[in-house]
Design a protein around this ligand. Structure first.
Ligand SMILES: Nc1nc2c(ncn2[C@@H]2O[C@H](COP(=O)(O)OP(=O)(O)OP(=O)(O)O)[C@@H](O)[C@H]2O)c(=O)[nH]1
Ligand SMILES: [Mg+2]
Length: 656
C-alpha cells in the first residue's frame, strides 16, 4: 500500500521543478542562439538550475522518548520494506540524531559519527566533509531483515566515567527528575556511542530531495546544540509527537517550549502536532463512536495544554498504520488515521517549500529578463533613431550631410570621454569593494573567534562567560552595520554613473538594487536569543564551563561563520549585478555610434545610396522585432512555469 498523501504532493512539486527547469533551459539556449546573453547571465541561469536540481526538503521528528517518532517514520515512509526498519522499542531507543537521505553517488549505507568527536568543538556539519571520521556499514537492500539489524547501531550506548562524559560536554543527571545522562548501577554514566547517524537509502521521496531527521528524546536533544540551534530551525516541517497513553507530561511541554515553540506572530507554519498511539483507546467493549469521543476529548485537552487550535493536532496510530500497510488491511489503515496526517504533512510541507524556492529564484529571474528586455529595447531605439536621421538626409545637399557627419563624430567623442570617466570611477568602485570585503574577511573573523575562545577559557565566572559571548555577537552585528553602510556608498556611486549615461547619452534608465543585510542581522539576532535561552536554562557550575564554551563554538560561532560566508557570496553577486546591465548597454551604444558614423560616411562618399542603407536598417529592425516577440514567448513560458502550480487535489478534479 502506498502512502499516497505525501507522494502525490511531492510528485506535483517535482513536476513543477522540472517544468520550470525546462523553460529556463530553453531560454538559455535561445539567448545563446540570438547572441543576446553573456557569460554572466548564463552563469546565473546555471545557478538557478542547480538550485532547482539539488533542492532539499527537510522534515524533523521531535518528541520526548518513546512517543513513537521512529515508528511513525517507519509507518509513513518505510512500510514498503515489509517490516520495521528503524529501531523502535519501549524506553529510550534512538540514541543519536539520525538523518535519512539519498545520494546516488554514495553506496547505501549507515554512517556513524563517534560521540568522542564532540571533544574538540568541531561541528557535525564540518565532519560531513570528512568521510574517514565516520564508521560506515553497508546496507543490503535485498534483505530488510539484515538492514534493520544494521540500523540497531543507532540505539547503542556505552558506560564511561563521569569525567569522560563531562569532557564530552554531556551533562550528568543527579536524579531521575533531572535532564541529562543516566548513572548506571556501577556508578558509571551511560552515554550514546554515536553522535550522529546518516542513513543513505534509496527511496522514491528521498531520491527527490526529501531528508528526514529522527531525533532522540529530551536528554539527547539538549546535548547537541547544533540540533536545536541549526537543524530544527532550518527544517521545513517539524512533527511534534505526543502519546495518547502518556498524555501531555512536563517533559513533553519542555520539548515543545524549548525546541519547537509557539510563535505569537503565526510563524507556526510547518509545525504539526501528532497525537500517537490512539490504538490504546480502541476498546472492543466500547462502540466506535465512544472511542472517537474519547480521542476528541484528548485532542481538546492537548490543544489547551499547548495553546494551539484543535485542528492542528493529528490523532494517529503509527504502529497500526505500519501493520496495516504491510498486511494491506484497509480497515485498520483507516482506523489508524495515518492518511489524514500524511495529507496534512504534504499540504504544509510542499507549498511552503515551493514558496521558498520561488522566492529565492524569482528576483534573479526577473532581473535577467528585465536586463535582456532592456538591451533589446535599446537596440530598437538606436536603429529607429538611425533611420530617422538618414531619412532626414533625403534630398539634402553635401553640406548638410557633412555637417551631420561632424555631429555624429562629436557624439562619439563625447561618449568616449564619458567612458574614460567611467573607467576612472571603476577604480573608486574597486577601492570601495575592497573595503566591503575587508569587513567580511573570514580571516578577521577567525581572529576574533580565537580571541573569544581564549577569553572564555580563562573566564572564571558565569557573568564573565556571558560577556565574552555577548561581545562576539556585538562584533558580528557591527560588521553587518558596516557592510550596510559600505554597500550604500557603492550604490550611490553607481547611481551617479548610471544617471550620467542616461542624461547625456540617452541610455535606458537602470536603477541599481540595494543590498540588504536584514536577513543576516535577523539570523544573528535569532542565534543570540536562542543562545541566551540556552545558557539561562543551565545551572552553571564550574565543571560545565568547558561544556558551555564548546557548545557556544559548535553552534553559534559555526553558524555566524556560515552567515559571513553567505554574505560574502551574496555581495559577490550583488556587485556583479550592479555593473552588468550598465556594461552591456555601454557596449551596445558604442556599436550604434559606430554604425551611424559608418552609414553617413558611405553616403557622403556616394559608395552607398540612402535607400540601400535604409532598407538594410529596416531589415535589422525587423530582426529585433522578431527577437522581441520570441523573448515575450520565452518569458511567458518561464513565468507560467514559475507561478502555475497544480495541487494534487486540483489535478484530480481536472482529470475527473
Ligand atoms: N500501542 C502503540 N504503541 C506504539 C505506537 N507507536 C509506537 N509505539 C510503541 O512505543 C514504543 C516507542 O516507540 P519508538 O518509535 O521507539 O519511540 P521514539 O519516539 O522513537 O523513542 P526514542 O527513540 O527513544 O526517542 C515502542 O515500543 C513502540 O512499539 C502506537 O501507535 N501504538
Ligand atoms: Mg526513536
Amino acid at each position: 500500500m502506498k502512502n499516497e498523501g505525501i507522494e502525490q504532493h511531492f510528485a506535483a512539486y517535482s513536476a513543477w521543478r522540472k517544468g520550470l527547469a525546462n523553460a529556463i533551459t530553453n531560454f538559455q539556449n535561445w539567448l545563446q542562439e540570438q547572441k543576446l546573453g553573456d557569460t554572466q547571465i548564463s552563469q546565473r541561469l546555471d545557478h538557478i538550475l542547480a538550485t532547482l536540481r539539488d533542492d532539499k526538503l527537510r522534515i524533523a521528528f521531535v518528541a520526548e522518548f518513546a512517543r513513537g517518532k521512529s515508528e511513525l517514520i517507519n509507518a509513513i515512509f518505510f512500510s514498503t520494506f515489509g517490516q520495521r526498519i528503524l529501531p523502535s522499542s519501549a524506553g529510550r531507543t534512538t540514541m543519536c540524531p539520525t538523518e535519512l537521505m539519498y545520494d546516488s553517488d554514495l553506496d547505501p549505507a549507515l554512517r556513524l559519527l563517534p560521540i568522542e568527536t564532540r571533544a574538540n568543538g568541531t561541528t557535525i556539519a564540518e565532519y560531513k566533509g570528512f568521510s574517514d571520521e565516520w564508521t560506515t556499514i553497508r546496507l543490503n537492500l535485498k534483505s530488510p531483515k539484515k538492514m534493520a539489524e544494521v540500523l540497531k547501531h543507532i540505539a547503542e550506548t556505552k558506560a564511561v566515567d563521569r569525567e569522560q562524559a563531562q569532557a564530552l560536554g554531556l551533562h550528568v543527571a543527579e536524579d531521575e527528575a533531572e535532564i541529562g545522562m543516566r548513572m548506571t548501577e556501577e556508578g558509571k554514566v551511560e552515554i550514546p556511542t554515536w553522535r550522529y547517524a546518516v542513513i543513505n537509502i534509496p527511496h522514491p521521496l528521498l531520491e527527490q530531495g526529501l531528508v528526514i531527521l529522527d531525533t532522540p528524546g529530551l536528554n539527547a536533544l539538549g546535548a547537541e546544540p547544533e540540533l536545536t540551534l541549526n537543524l530544527l530551525p532550518s527544517a521545513h516541517a517539524v512533527l511534534f509527537v505526543l502519546a495518547a497513553d502518556a498524555g501531555v507530561t512536563k517533559s513533553d511541554i519542555d520539548v515543545w517550549r524549548n525546541h519547537i515553540g509557539t510563535h505569537k506572530d503565526g510563524a507556526n507554519k510547518g509545525r504539526l502536532v501528532v497525537l500517537n498511539k490512539i490504538d490504546g483507546l480502541w476498546d472492543e467493549l466500547r462502540d466506535w463512536d465512544e472511542v472517537q469521543r474519547e480521542i476528541d476529548r484528548q485532542i481538546r485537552e492537548t490543544a489547551k495544554h499547548l495553546g494551539i487550535p484543535e485542528h492542528n493536532i493529528h490523532p494517529v496510530s503509527a504502529q497500526k498504520a505500519l501493520y496495516a500497510k504491510i498486511k494491506g488491511e484497509r480497515k485498520t489503515l483507516e482506523r489508524s488515521r495515518i492518511t489524514a496526517l500524511e495529507d496534512a504533512l504534504g499540504k504544509e510541507l510542499v507549498p511552503a517549500k515551493r514558496d521558498i524556492v520561488r522566492e529565492n529564484i524569482q528576483d534573479d529571474l526577473n532581473e535577467i529578463i528585465a536586463s535582456t528586455r532592456m538591451l533589446s529595447t535599446q537596440k530598437l531605439k538606436g536603429v529607429r533613431e538611425h533611420m530617422d536621421e538618414l531619412a532626414g538626409l533625403s534630398g539634402k545637399n553635401m553640406d548638410v550631410i557633412e555637417h551631420m557627419m561632424k555631429k555624429v563624430k562629436i557624439d562619439k567623442e563625447v561618449f568616449e570621454k564619458t567612458l574614460q570617466r567611467f573607467q576612472a570611477t571603476r577604480s573608486i568602485f574597486a577601492k570601495q569593494t575592497n573595503q566591503l570585503y575587508t569587513h567580511l574577511n573570514l580571516k578577521g573573523l577567525s581572529t576574533v573567534i580565537a580571541e573569544t575562545k581564549k577569553d572564555m577559557e580563562i573566564s572564571m565566572t558565569t557573568a564573565g562567560l556571558k560577556t565574552c559571548m555577548q561581545k562576539f555577537f556585538t562584533y558580528a552585528t557591527d560588521t553587518m552595520g558596516e557592510v550596510a553602510k559600505q554597500t550604500q556608498e557603492i550604490k550611490e556611486l553607481m547611481e551617479g554613473v548610471y544617471k550620467k549615461f542616461q542624461q547625456e547619452h540617452g541610455l535606458a534608465k537602470v536603477k541599481p538594487g540595494s543590498f540588504s543585510v536584514m536577513r543576516y542581522l535577523r539570523e544573528i539576532k535569532r542565534l543570540q536569543t536562542k543562545h541566551e535561552q540556552f545558557t539561562k536554562s543551565l545551572s552553571m557550575v564550574v565543571t560545565e564551563q568547558k561544556a558551555v564554551t564548546n557548545k557556544f563554538f559548535e553552534s553559534s560561532v559555526a553558524k555566524v561563520r556560515a552567515i559571513y560566508k553567505m554574505t560574502n557570496r551574496d555581495a559577490d553577486s550583488w556587485l556583479r549585478n550592479i555593473m552588468n546591465p550598465m556594461e552591456a548597454q555601454v557596449r551596445e551604444h558604442q556599436i550604434q555610434l559606430r554604425r551611424r558614423l559608418e552609414s553617413i560616411k558611405h553616403i557622403h562618399q556616394a559608395s552607398d545610396t540612402l535607400e540601400d542603407r535604409l532598407s538594410e536598417l529596416e531589415h535589422i529592425r525587423q530582426g529585433i522585432d522578431e527577437q522581441e516577440r520570441d523573448l515575450d514567448h520565452q518569458v511567458d513560458a518561464i513565468l507560467n512555469a514559475l507561478n502555475n502550480y497544480e495541487t494534487p487535489g486540483q489535478a484530480a478534479k481536472k482529470s475527473a
